[in-house]
Design a protein around this ligand. Sequence first.
Ligand code: MLT
Length: 406
Amino acid sequence: MIKINENYLKLQASYLFSDISKRVTAFQDANPDKKIIRLGIGDVTRALPQACTDAFHKAVDEMADESTFRGYGPEQGYDFLREVIAKEDFQSRGADISADEIFISDGAKCDCGNIQEIFSTDISVAIPDPVYPVYLDTNVMAGRTGEFTDGKYQDVTYLDCTKENGFLPSLPTEKADLIYLCFPNNPTGTTISKEELKTWVDYAKANKSIILFDAAYEAFVNDETLPRSIYEIEGAKEVAIEFRSFSKTAGFTGTRCAFAVVPKELMAYDTNGDKHSVHALWNRRHSTKFNGVSYPVQRAAEAVYSPEGKKQVAELITYYMKNAALIRKEIADLGYDLIGGDNSPYIWIDGKTDSWEFFDLLLNKTGVVCTPGAGFGKCGNGYIRISAFNSYENVVEAMARIKDAL
Ligand code: MLT
């Protein structure tokens, strides 16, 4: 008799964004003439930068010609992309990352979800609450958690992020082997200073832990004093893996390209206490289970770093951050407490009521889709997240509808 992985039975019924999508579809079916404005899932709406589409077209033409055609590429990514990432994203900011520590992939979601596979199932895991659901769900699937009771999984160290602590997690009081951090934060939009991030690096060093640092939103950081990479912190190469993505930075949500940085210094231990290279383990996993991102997509990603690409990406970010500033202003004027939206495309709003009720109210009264904070964890209840990814005109309209309705 074929048996299932029963850890899947512990998962909540469906993935947050699928749940939202179902409710929105039902609303649209019942109100076919209503124009829905989607400020829920962080999905970009602007076209790819011209520099990227030019590089994309050129690479597709190369694939159409036998003399320049390419078959399987290196699983870890082409050198042309790994090298420019190492130079532009890390070395230029004083972080000593080399090209061969970068693994190109088809998404930070997949990387964040897959990475836990190379660690033992009996390690302790610390996860912020609220949190991007992928970190938690993939640990549930792997069997690192107990049952879900009273809004939390047993055997997980939750790092509660609340108004009281400025939505910044505190160091765990019990030992955590694997720690998930995301800055600028999804969903709250909070940022972390270099000094605060250093306390996590020091904790990880002292406890032989590993930090999984999700920096998918680093391009939205305006404040130059804030770190964009954990490797700007001394010693982080010994204790951290970083995830980056072209999705939100350059509009690649539908094109798919991201990368993980796994430094060679990073070690993890077997039951005898002998150390092993995490880079080697990840390389083994990646080359067994992944065949690389397509050549034209990698060329399009490379173009992000060209002079025109940099200019066009900066314009994209400025565009979305103008939306974020408008959302912040309008919602604050309505008397709601909020955070985020200044160094992040997400605005986290205290809705002063149950999150799903607020979600339904907004959808039914205004046709605006947000994300209910409760979907990100127990500490998210009472909050909603509004995303700045949409056209400026739609954001203006959404804010006008909300002002009328609330
Ligand atoms: C979000 O809205 O949190 C993100 O778009 C989800 C994702 O990147 O997978």
